[in-house]
Ligand binder design. Sequence first.
Ligand code: N01
Length: 546
Amino acid sequence: MSNSSSKSSEGFSNGLTSSDVDVVVVGAGFAGMYMLHRLRMCGYSVRVFEAGTDVGGTWYWNRYPGARCDVESLEYSYSFDADLEQDWEWTERYSSQPEILAYAKHVADRFDLRSDISFETRVETADFDESTNSWRIQTSDGGATVSRFFVMATGCLSSTTLPDIPGIEDFEGTTIHTGQWPKEGVQLKDKRVAIIGTGSSGVQAIPVLAEECKELTVFQRTPQYTIPARNEPLETARQVDVKSRYREFREANFAMPQALGSEIPKFNDSIHDVSEEERLRRFENAWERGGTLFMSSFNDVLVDESANEYAQDFVREKISEIVEDPEVAAKLTPEHIIGCKRLVIDTDYFATFNRPNVQLVDVSGDPIQEITSSGLATQEKDFEFDVLIFATGFDAMTGSILRVAITGRDGLTIQEKWSAGPRTYLGLTVPGFPNMFAISGPGSPSVLTNMIISIEQHVEWISDCIRWLDTKGASTIEALPAAEDDWVDHVNAKAERTLFPGCNSWYLGANVPGKTRVFMPLLGFPGYVRRCNQVAENDYEGFVVQ
Ligand code: N01
């Protein structure tokens, strides 16, 4: 353990110079920022590597029009510092991307984080050296860093994917992915714009794009269930009230399955046990209230297919009421299980298809064949436009980890280890990769929760673990294969009791051709936290410590 953030230098046999730190962290989003701050507070030296030019992670990259969080702003914020909680003023019920990015920058300023972050620097390789029990990390700037611990804080939705359609590079107009939106913005006025994809990013962007551009053509492969966000300015009285009891408010949210929404009415009864009138009343209330907790109107909407059908029917009815042209409404009407692809919340999504400058093209039966120099072609028709937007999502949860060439014990690479899908212990660690941690990794609640709260729980567990190792005088911690096997079974068993495995979602990796189909996040935040705490209290059971 060291007391300063810059340490000694040594020569590498390949001529590179290196600097030593206690911990290398990859990524300066909310996870990397708090990991840095927390480790510093514990007296450790840290170097963070970040590909972007500033902090913010997902909120740095996803600058597309309409980008906004789907967790309420008073909840989607750090809870670790009471003064920060009191000082920052949120302006809307759901924060926009610019406001969240401004918050991330404020946190970086407030805790002087940037001095230990190397921006515009990608981690390319990370190798565990068994002779010194340390990690050697090589970066895109040609540098190398040796550290005792290696933390991947790379985010769950940061590795963008483009569809496997020929000709993308032939398009002569502007091509953009929503997850890599240019900082300087894109001029859309008077432009013919096309967008492929109707997940959360597409659904948020489409209404705003339609307002800005001349013509918008939406290429939809799977229609989307989406619930109104009902975003609005945050009432001062609400903010003052929550701030007057922030600890209690946070504690109540920590006890929720998704670590959010404690003040939303909760129902623990089956949809089959109530009258039709009550069923419709609850769904209508949830629709009017807005937000993702629509699915919590009953206890069985995500576990029982016949219960789920009632929720599907309710949203389908809403689509037919909002969309004026019955043919367009039919194309926008989903048939799959509601909620097994991540439920989206929107502002005026369905109503946007009533606009004269918006055209919906259903490519489910007539897929896009190729991108051409002036647009794209399906089997049946050619389309021309000036700007092509890919809202086609991410190689979720594992993509950013697998993009780094990580080699653990005995030359085992993470790519080999996860060739049949990700396997972890607690979603934090991987046997064969000592002293390596993944924040919100596969097998942890992560994307099924308020991410910032899950991030804080992981950061605190990791820093406590490192401190414990030092008090023991131990140099390595490594998950045992048996603990990993049990954990993978536990994650799968939880998912199999629900309808989540029932459709082609990114939760399963089904959006990436060739990716093994495994349900990656763990359901249930409070039980997970109890388990992590129990592991620590039992001297890190499931690990070998040396
Ligand atoms: O990505 P997605 P996303 N031809 O994978 C379509 C978080 N997020 O960026 O469903 C035609 O959900 C694909 O079609 P299909 C949030 O967790 C949060 O929208 O595979 N279409 C789908 O419609 C979210 O869930 C926020 O048939 C093609 C779309 O592209 C996650 O990020 C905001 C195609 C991809 O949807 C990912 O959302 C934004 C092809 N060849 C994102 N290939 C908030 O906080 C793919 N598609 C609110």
